[in-house]
Design a protein around this ligand. Sequence first.
Ligand SMILES: [Zn+2]
Length: 114
Amino acid sequence: MSLPYVFAAPNDKNGFADWLYWHKSDHQDFVDALSLPPFSILHLPTYPLDIMVNLRDKNWLSAHANIHSVINEVLGTGEGADLEAVDLTKPKEREAWYDLNYQEHRAWRTILGI
Ligand SMILES: [Zn+2]
């Protein structure tokens, strides 16, 4: 189960690479769960979640936020947090972002029973 690794905000480059891997893995669990009935969603991507060029990678932030929006819509969990409007180079914003992201992952796992 990758969720505990998503909770652990990384402190350095290696930790960040690990976090990216586990975070993508957690998203893959949602793709797998949502591909089954009653959801049967077959078009939910995980790309490019395993590759973030750097902390200013707006394409990654945008793609990730879109994936979160789709899952929130499907699960009826409301609009969710704004995970796109963040400057990950700022430690306080980054810390808050990791927590918001984790909270949504945790809520989805509870709903999906995974
Ligand atoms: Zn996420």
